[in-house]
Ligand binder design. Structure first.
Ligand code: SF4
Ligand code: SF4
Length: 425
């Protein structure tokens, strides 16, 4: 590799060299499955990145487009026998290659990542304003008047959850609202997330209740915020690293586990060790922190959870990419669902193929995201399930928006909500 190519990409050069071009990842890749184009598959993307790193290719709009259509779903990483890791490669690549996007999209990205997700108090204000706006039917007015289309916000509005409220989960060192203290041998720190603790705070509370019923003392650790995954996948590596360090500093506690109920966040928290490996001040702290991170389903599966209610429900399970591929956790959520009396789990075809949500992807690449979502909803519908169970907030909102557009009565629920219902006193 030429010395002149010293960019964030150069840190992933050995990773790229690992690709032996066997093609085993191709049919796992959602964009390859949709297009059958080499440049829209993992092998093609790695070759383009390598050409760029070695200086045999120059940066063109076409090259940038193929890299940015990657959903960073990590299905190729899970399928690769040579151990190539697509997530860190894409994070480095995106810090080098700007997204081909309009000025308006660029503004929304800056505003969303730097301004709103830069501090939890700002996100809480935005979610509260959305809740008030919904109460006053401002969203209905914006749609009917064409204002939403004019501002390019129609799709984002589809993703706003119906359960919005101003009752957010504050990371203040305790569980909120106050729940009876549990004297338990297992102490866990709970990673509340940005979206999960505000727009989907009900899921966080359900997760905490389930953890407590399994005998854990749960701390909602003070000072935490966004994990930085959205920043990293959007190419804003400086802001992402700032979030990584702030999170590690906030969780500098003595609990054995940091439990996270959003796999997109969990995969990134576990990846801090990789992303900060070259930083002498943070490498060891990041390694120790990442080793403590555990997904909610992985944590719960081996624990005793007394089921108190029968749930006569037929459900299907949609694997979130960052749980199934990035963390290789597929058996645990299914085991938990099967342990609920009355609940019938019917497997859908292609449950591990990305649903198209992928952070902001469903806003930046609406056509691909919708094609993948429709494919997923067709597969789910063929099981006749009443509920699609998932574990990731992005999948949940994206799929629910698709079901609403179809006029379907099927619902999407987080696994913590189902477990909460089945174990309620
Ligand atoms: S499976 Fe791995 S080694 Fe084979 S083409 Fe894909 S990325 Fe390259
Ligand atoms: S991360 Fe997903 S979308 Fe990107 S190349 Fe790999 S399989 Fe394809």
């Amino acid at each position: 590799m030429p010395e002149s190519a010293a960019t964030p990409l150069s840190a992933e050069y050995l990773n790229m060299l690992g690709c032996v071009r066997c093609g085993q990842c191709l049919t796992a890749c959602p964009t390859f499955v949709l297009t059958r184009e080499e440049a829209e598959g993992p092998r093609g993307r790695i070759a383009l990145a390598r050409g760029l790193a070695e200086g045999t290719l120059t940066l063109s709009p076409d090259l940038a487009r193929h890299e940015w259509t990657c959903l960073v779903c990590d299905a190729c990483t899970a399928a690769c026998p040579a151990g190539v890791q697509m997530d860190p490669l894409q994070v480095s690549l995106r810090a080098t290659v700007a997204a081909p996007e309009t000025l308006r999209a660029r503004f929304y990205r800056w505003f969303g990542l730097r301004v709103i997700l830069g501090a939890m108090w700002r996100l809480r204000i935005v979610v509260t304003l959305l809740w008030i706006a919904r109460g006053l039917s401002v969203d209905t007015f914006a749609r009917r008047s064409g204002l939403a289309r004019l501002l390019g916000l129609e799709r984002a509005m589809d993703l706003v959850p119906t359960s919005l409220s101003d009752d957010h989960l504050h990371a203040d060192g305790t569980a909120h609202p106050p729940v009876p203290e549990v004297s338990a041998p297992t102490r866990v720190q709970f990673f509340a997330g940005c979206l999960m603790s505000t727009a989907l705070a009900g899921i966080d509370r359900a997760s905490i209740r389930v953890l407590q019923r399994a005998g854990c003392a749960v701390e909602v650790t003070r000072g935490q915020g966004c994990c930085g995954a959205l920043h990293a996948h959007a190419g804003d590596l400086d802001a992402a690293r700032a979030r990584f360090k702030a999170t590690i500093a906030a969780f500098a506690g003595s609990a054995d586990f940091v439990v996270v109920n959003s796999p997109g966040c969990g995969a990134m928290l576990r990846d801090y060790a990789h992303h900060l490996a070259g930083d002498p001040d943070w490498a060891e702290r990041a390694r120790a922190f990442s080793a403590r991170v555990v997904d909610f389903t992985q944590f719960m599966a081996p624990r005793h959870l007394r089921m108190t209610r029968r749930l006569d429900l037929t459900v299907t399970y949609q694997d979130a990419c960052h749980l199934a591929h990035a963390q290789r956790i597929t058996a645990e959520p299914r085991r938990l669902l099967r342990s609920i009396p009355g609940l019938a789990l019917r497997e859908m075809a292609e449950s591990t193929l990305c649903c198209g949500s992928a952070g902001f992807y469903n806003l930046t690449h609406p056509e691909t995201a919708t094609a993948l979502r429709e494919r997923k909803l067709d597969r789910a519908a063929s099981t006749n399930a009443e509920v699609i169970v998932t574990t990731n907030p992005g999948c949940l909102l994206h799929l629910q928006a698709g079901l609403t557009a179809r006029g379907s009565t099927t619902r999407v629920r987080h696994i913590a909500e189902i477990l909460d219902e089945a174990t309620a006193p």
